[in-house]
Design a protein around this ligand. Structure first.
Ligand code: NAI
Ligand code: MG
Length: 360
């Protein structure tokens, strides 16, 4: 059965890195007869320029009809003076909410070959490979009531509500257990169950779900300890599952452990594992148009897409292995360059990945 991939390159370096990812995808599609079909749509500033809005109804329709979206990056100085409601970022936010992409998968991995380029102790982070599963559409960022109110004594008070319903916890839990099954079968659920009732429920439900996935070794950790452990000994983790706010903070911290923003992919999934895949970085206006951006985060996002939304896990493994191989071969874009390696352009990096795939 054929599957549809919608490609949304966006702004800045988006089109440059996407060209390489699309070449790689098209190549494995043909080589392995995966039956993928590709569509393209504008998003962000590019869509504002062409149609006046960051996401057109047509583009949204295409997105909803597709099996997966590969997304580049959006935004840039050109559109920063626009009012918030019609800025490029709105296109991305609208896609996430309209498609109910509640499951955010953020791997933090550091290829051993890049340990030298990292500013952190190599023995601590070399070969790091963890996946943070963050709930993306609920929790305290969305809970009602919220606001700033004036109390009887005239003092103002800000308030937000941390809520998760059982069904919300179950669905993110399933995403995490499924991901753990596809990886090292080790899952750490992060909460603050000693203080917050909402996460007491979270912990209870994760424990219950474990019965459906008996092969997964589940542990629980308080978020303050998790923050400490992530910095102290990050390699103890395989998959981490947590709520929206804790996940926001922990995933940024984990990303920094790898020190290479040009290497980090991400996924946002709905309840049917339909999803949107994108590099963690933005549109990098400072280097756009120069042909020096690192396309590997986007290529690795395509690998995640093959694994989680398109049912081609083996091809995903091949793509990831090819990325590792080009690093072995010494190819580096400027952002991951270190002495003794070979500096290459965006397109040369894409071609290096293709060459490995052609010969494997
Ligand atoms: P950024 O991630 O675009 O850039 C941060 C730094 O990392 C820059 O020095 C950039 O050159 C470098 N960098 C990023 N990706 C790279 C790559 N693939 N290869 C080599 N170097 C890379 O973040 P920044 O500068 O805060 O934001 C720039 C624009 O991107 C803004 O308009 C922002 O709103 C937007 N943005 C969009 C995101 C998205 O589309 N999901 C996410 C984050 C920011
Ligand atoms: Mg964040």
């Amino acid at each position: 059965m054929s599957k549809n991939v919608l490609i949304m390159a966006g702004d800045g370096i988006g089109p440059e890195i996407m060209e390489q990812a699309e070449n790689v995808l098209r190549f494995v599609n043909e080589q392995e007869s995966l039956g993928l079909e590709f569509d393209h749509a504008l998003v962000g500033g590019a869509s504002i320029d062409a149609a006046g809005v960051p996401l057109t109804e047509d583009a949204l329709k295409l997105a909803k009809a597709s099996d997966a979206i590969l997304f580049g990056a959006i935004g840039g100085p050109k559109w920063e003076s626009l009012e918030i409601a019609i800025r490029p970022e709105k296109g991305l936010l609208r896609l996430r909410s309209e498609m109910e992409l509640f499951g955010n998968l953020r791997p933090a991995m550091l290829y051993p070959q890049l340990a030298e380029a990292s500013s952190l102790k190599p023995e601590l982070v070399s070969g790091l490979d963890i996946l943070i599963v963050r709930e993306l559409t609920g929790g305290i960022y969305f809970g009602q009531p919220r606001g700033i109110r004036t109390l009887e004594n005239g003092e103002r008070q800000g308030y937000n509500t941390y809520v998760y319903s059982e069904s919300e916890i179950i669905r993110i839990g399933r995403v995490a257990f499924e991901a753990a099954m596809k990886r090292g079968k080790k899952l750490c659920s992060v909460d603050k169950a000693n203080v917050l009732e909402v996460t007491e429920l979270w912990r209870e439900i994760m424990t219950d779900l474990n019965k459906e996935y008996p092969e997964v070794k589940l542990s629980h950790m308080y978020v303050d300890n998790a923050a400490m452990q992530l910095i102290r000994a990050p390699k103890q983790f395989d998959v981490i599952v947590t709520g929206n706010m804790f996940g926001d903070i922990l995933s940024d911290a984990a990303a920094m452990l790898t020190g290479s923003i040009g290497m980090l992919p991400s996924a946002s999934l709905d309840k049917n594992n339909k999803g949107m895949y994108e590099p963690c970085h933005g549109s990098a206006p400072d280097i756009a148009g120069q042909g020096i951006a690192n396309p590997l985060a986007t290529i690795l996002s395509a690998a995640m897409m093959l694994r989680y939304s398109l049912g081609h896990g083996a091809t995903a493994d091949r793509l990831e292995a090819a990325v590792s191989k080009v690093l072995d071969q010494g190819y580096r874009t400027a952002d991951i360059y270190s002495e003794g390696t070979q500096k290459v352009s965006t397109s040369q990096m894409g071609e290096a990945v293709l060459n490995v795939l052609k010969s494997s």
